[in-house]
Design a protein around this ligand. Structure first.
Ligand SMILES: Nc1ncnc2c1ncn2[C@@H]1O[C@H](COP(=O)(O)OP(=O)(O)OP(=O)(O)O)[C@@H](O)[C@H]1O
Ligand SMILES: [Mg+2]
Length: 367
């Protein structure tokens, strides 16, 4: 039943589909004719541990709400629509880097400018709130017609990682082409995002995905030689190639920080010739959007969904502890089970003691 303070969401058409749900272009319909353009990621209803997944997304969405950076997509929150969880976000009228890379060559100066923006966003997120993205990849970076860069999916990356981690080690492999070797051992800090960003830059200037990084550190010298050769063969500017390979080293401590990448990218942009991101984006975003048009068929009629009663009230969560401490895979589950086990044992002991006291009293009473 419609109520005054419950919002309604109009679902217009699908923008794209990912592993955890479908993203729709939508509109929030509020009181007094208020409307707002949004993107709505409707999470798949068959997700295992959906509640857990949703709770993590909610926490991350709240933390993200406290960070303001022009390259970080604002997340409005998590709501329950038609019995399913939905992430409501700022709608970005643009196309993602995977879609662009498949259809156009990206000028090196533009690729470097994109990386500068993403690095700036990562720096702010990790220094202000200790947030690590964990799933930096081309489909999570969007460019608008005006040349703005927007980083998507901060929350779901963490949720996805934890969810997979809790199940099986193999499933930790989120997007292997962008995965730092330490992540396979459960080490999960800002340097992992730097590694992925290096892989993205390499892919953009190479025009194709780089070879998949090895899992073992000992295989890195050979891997890095291969990447360097490939970029040199493509005629990539030597300093740009060096920025890529510096990010892709096996030792997380030896990688540049996000802040250093932003500075280096800024300096490189001034040296590189070619169009500026703002100028180039204008034409390419229009073209790619047009090509994608057929995939974004409008629904015959917009679907209107209403927030359900069980949407939890917003509440603030404290910032998470620093993410740098190495953690074995599955520790969180083990810790939870361990704590539950201890509690169970204590309860059993307490129960046993109570039974003995009752027996003792009964015996005394009887005697
Ligand atoms: N806020 C948004 N505004 C506009 N487009 C968006 C928004 N969020 C996501 N998209 C687009 O929707 C599509 C699907 O995104 P989604 O995150 O579900 O999957 P993905 O990133 O492609 O893959 P994966 O599930 O492996 O992360 C992508 O093309 C993405 O760029
Ligand atoms: Mg995504």
């Amino acid at each position: 039943m419609p109520t005054a303070n419950r919002r309604r969401y109009e679902i217009l058409y699908p923008i794209g589909k990912g592993a955890f749900g479908t993203v729709y272009r939508g509109r929030v319909l509020g009181d007094g004719g208020f409307t707002k353009d949004v993107a709505i990621k409707l999470l798949r209803s068959d997700l295992e541990d959906a509640e857990d997944f949703a709770a993590r997304q909610r926490d991350e969405a709240r933390l993200l709400g406290l960070i303001h950076h022009r390259a970080i997509v604002q997340v409005d929150g998590l709501v329950r629509l038609d019995g399913r969880w939905a992430v409501v976000m700022e709608y970005i009228d643009g196309v993602d880097l995977r879609q662009i890379r498949k259809r156009a060559d990206i000028p090196v100066a533009c690729a470097v400018a994109v990386v500068r923006e993403v690095a700036g966003a990562l720096k702010v997120a990790s220094s202000a709130r200790k947030l690590v993205h964990r799933d930096i990849k081309p489909s999570n970076i969007t460019i608008t017609r005006a040349g703005e860069v927007k980083l998507l999916d901060f929350g779901s990356a963490k949720a996805r990682f934890d969810q997979r981690e809790a199940r099986t080690v193999n499933l930790v492999l989120g997007t292997p082409h962008y995965m730092a070797p330490e992540r396979y051992k459960g080490v999960d800090g800002p340097a992992g995002d730097v590694f992925a960003l290096g892989a993205v830059l390499g892919e953009l200037v190479n025009g194709d995905r780089l070879p998949r990084p090895p899992m073992k550190s000992s295989s890195f010298p050979k891997y890095l030689d291969g990447v360097r050769d490939q970029l040199v063969a493509k005629g990539v500017h030597a300093e740009v190639a060096r920025l890529v390979t510096d990010c892709l080293v096996a030792d997380p401590e030896a990688r540049p920080s996000a802040g250093e990448i932003a500075t280096r990218a800024w300096e490189l942009e001034r040296e590189l010739s070619g169009p500026r991101l703002e100028t180039w984006a204008h034409g390419v975003v229009d073209r790619v959007q047009e090509e994608l048009g057929h995939e974004r068929a409008a629904l015959p009629e917009p679907m209107v969904l209403e927030e359900s009663d069980d949407t939890p009230a917003p509440e603030l969560v404290p910032p998470p502890p620093p993410a740098a401490a190495p953690r074995r895979l599955g520790t969180s589950t083990a810790a939870t089970l361990g704590a539950a086990g201890m509690l169970g044992l204590l309860l059993m002991l307490a129960g046993g003691a109570l039974v003995l006291v009752v027996l003792f009293v009964a015996l005394l009473g009887g005697g």
